[in-house]
Design a protein around this ligand. Structure first.
Ligand code: NAP
Length: 351
């Protein structure tokens, strides 16, 4: 697997690719615990030809995400093409709604080519100085999750302190940077290695970060924020949520975004034993799903694009090259092998 880390806006992948065959990834077995490459198969076929009302898209960037592990338990049918966020370019069209050369966002990932209708896609309008893949990271569902969690669910106010778990991932690094740009006070994160914690402080602008393996999360958070935190952005669940609750300030808000610690099956972690503390400190704990907030996409772009262009916001991304590495890239996300948003580049962005 070829991996390139980037916190800059230049892609390291420049090799154009004009495949004559299409590759599609299928799930072929239900995993028990951590998935393996044997749960997937690469299926080769001729490049599809668009029929009336459809267009052919050659994919450029694919997103692999933790929710896909849950989908593997049943939402995804076996032996059929998988879904996921993707960005591609229209290369042939038999619909007036899409023209050759259009750049589109759609949900037919895990493949090199996709047949789409205009209703399947959102047209992208690239902005000078902002790489195309950014529409899968801070301008995509990942960024929208961070933005909605902070502004709609937690309703972050200037000067308030913020803690985010899984801080070195796609959502986590967006939360840290957005919180700062929204005027947060102290910004703290937890992650799975000392190197990632150092990266958060050195490169992403966190005030403090720690490795959750070193000591119970509640203890480490208490050390980093002796007065507690106003806003918690929870991505892990279980003992992470319990440790966060223990450190919430009165009238704080927790945006519960995910529970990545339990996606690989096994017994669900016990509910936090200190839930009742929420009552004593008038803390609000609220779950949210980004798909209920698609209407905020425009606001996110209005907020983030000027910061991207000025360099105040630098997306944190791990870019993996080649459709043949998409399974490994997905498994790496589940094991913490990524820093920032994991993106698989399968085509030429022309940048
Ligand atoms: P990500 O954070 O880039 O990747 C997942 C990270 O989780 C890994 O890098 C790993 O980092 C950490 N992790 C894995 N297993 C863990 C465990 N057992 N305990 C603690 N940390 C573990 O993924 P993402 O796409 O940005 O998603 C982050 C969270 O947001 C996930 O929970 C996801 O489901 C959620 N999410 C929710 C919504 C929504 O609509 N509510 C939308 C998008 C994402 P470490 O090295 O730090 O362990």
């Amino acid at each position: 697997m070829t991996t390139s880390r980037t916190t800059s806006q230049t892609t390291s992948l420049t090799t154009p690719r004009t495949p004559s065959r299409a590759l599609t990834v299928h799930q072929i077995a239900r995993p028990d615990g951590m998935p393996t490459p044997a749960d997937f198969a690469f299926v080769e076929s001729p490049v599809p030809v668009p029929g009336p009302g459809t267009a052919l898209v050659e994919n450029i960037h694919l997103s692999v995400d933790p929710y896909m592990r849950e989908a593997m338990d049943g939402d995804w049918a076996l032996h059929t093409p998988l879904e996921g966020r993707s960005i591609g370019r229209v290369t042939a069209s038999r619909t007036p709604g899409l023209a050759v050369g259009d750049l589109v966002f759609h949900r037919h990932a895990w493949r090199t080519h996709a047949l789409v209708t205009p209703a399947d896609v959102r047209l992208l309008r690239p902005v000078e100085g902002v790489p195309l893949r950014t529409w899968l990271s801070v301008l995509g569902g990942t960024g929208l999750t961070a933005y909605v969690g902070l502004t709609r669910t937690a309703r972050l106010q200037p000067g308030e302190s913020v803690f985010v778990s899984a801080a070195a991932g796609g959502v986590g690094t967006a939360v840290g940077q957005f919180a700062r740009l929204l005027g947060a006070g102290q910004v703290i994160g937890s992650t799975g290695t000392a190197a990632k914690a150092a990266h958060l402080v050195r490169d992403i602008g966190f005030d403090a970060a720690f490795d959750y393996h070193d000591a119970p999360l509640g203890e480490q958070l208490a050390k980093a924020a002796p007065d507690g935190v106003d806003v918690g952005f929870e991505n892990v669940g279980g003992d992470h949520l319990e440790g966060l609750i223990a450190n919430m300030r009165p009238h704080g808000r927790i945006a519960w975004c995910g529970a990545v610690a339990q996606y690989n099956g096994g017994a669900a972690p016990a509910a936090p034993r200190n839930l009742y503390d929420l009552v004593h400190r008038s803390v609000r704990l609220e779950g949210f799903l980004v798909r209920d907030h698609r209407d905020v996409q425009r606001e996110l772009e209005d907020f983030a694009v000027p910061h991207l262009r000025s360099g105040r916001l630098v997306p944190d991304e791990t870019v993996v090259e080649g459709i043949g590495n998409v399974v490994d890239a997905f498994l790496a996300v589940l094991r913490g092998g990524n820093t920032g948003k994991m993106i698989v580049q399968v085509g030429d962005a022309g940048e």
